[in-house]
Design a protein around this ligand. Sequence first.
Ligand code: SAH
Ligand code: TYD
Ligand code: ZN
Length: 408
Amino acid sequence: MTATPVCRICGGTLHEFFDFGRQPIADAFVDPAGEQEEFFHRLAVGMCTSCTMVQLLEDVPRERMFRTDYPYLSSLSSAMREHFRTTARHFLDTELRDANDLLVEFGSNDGIMLDTVHRAGRRHLGVEPSTDVAEAAAAKGIRVRNAFFEEETAADIADREGTAKVIYAANTFSHISYVDSVFRGVDALLAPDGVFVFEDPYMADIIERTSFDQIYDEHFYFFSVRSVQAMAAHHGFELVDAAPLPVHGGEIRYTVARPGVRVPSPAVGRFLEREKAARIAEPDTLARFGAHVDEVRDALRAQLERCRDQGRTVVGYGATAKSSTLTNYCGIGPDLVSFIVDSTPAKQGKLSPGSHIPVRAPEAFSRPYPDYALLFAWNHAEEIMRKENAFREQGGRWILYVPGVHTV
Ligand code: SAH
Ligand code: TYD
Ligand code: ZN
């Protein structure tokens, strides 16, 4: 008998609402010549009946995900480079008023955000456990510590550097199951009037768009304003702002401070009202989400099988981590999608995890163009479709599956 899973935030009971079955590590691309066996885990999600945090039921050991050869490079998207330039300028203009103020970012990856802070000559430190991407940032002159952000690391940084005015994390805090240690670290490192700011995919957008491919090993939590408010309060902090972001299919930037230090923005209350009206934390909504996942799976498989039966060629665009859940849950392999093109050097020449679709350089896309391109990097649709407009001009069609399966 297995024990009832409990909430990693508050200890409440988890209501499981979807099980994707056995799934590989979404960023563990397979060497076709290698002998190594792939690691699989059970990918299932539940919602806490007390604090409403949506979370995975099982976590994968962090060293299996974030390691020396972690292949994800943030800076490959020009839209994301612009997003993080704007973010850095915002901190420089608002929070980092004193010339000596320190900004610490965890999950700094290749330095996409810190680059601007560094170029402005301001005090900064990245905390990044994946060695290859940390080295890419260091090569740009950015100060990086190759470590996991948690209580010990944060306390040590506070000892060496003093407190931080801003602690920032993008698409990283929701990857960390051990939030208690992170909050103790924030408590040790954050200046009395400092802010802890993080941005991550928004559960309401995932439900609304049925973007179930956001669910994979690295994404441990799926935040909402309500669950983040509860999480912050549980750890002795206060949620003081929430702002929507258009990136990665819909995110929210949360600002957390020590209690009573900042005046909470009315945006927090507005989001809470909206989440209540949309019933995002109700079991029937989550059950409906699950039914929609299977509708998307069936519609996408039907479309790809039709293409195959009619002799049309289909290529994937963007070997995203997200597409691992999609291909493995929907049973999409090289018989339906011949190969995937991707600009990440470390992914090229490899096979997609579990589904074993070959990954090639973007140049392979036009040699010759396929009839259809399945856009796995749908969150970068605008940027990619603009760059590849010759594909459509000569008669090619994009297949998208968020929101719902459609062709453009
Ligand atoms: N901030 C970047 C990168 C997001 S990918 C962006 O938004 O594009 C998530 C990153 O978090 C990876 O580089 C991973 O190595 C890192 N990471 C995972 N756990 C971490 C932890 N405990 N502390 C710091 N970084 C972590
Ligand atoms: P992304 O959707 O950002 O993240 P995740 O892997 O977490 O789902 O990944 C985008 C992928 O698409 C990444 O492997 C790089 C690739 N890509 C291209 O090949 N061409 C492009 O123009 C862009 C923007 C991304
Ligand atoms: Zn809970």
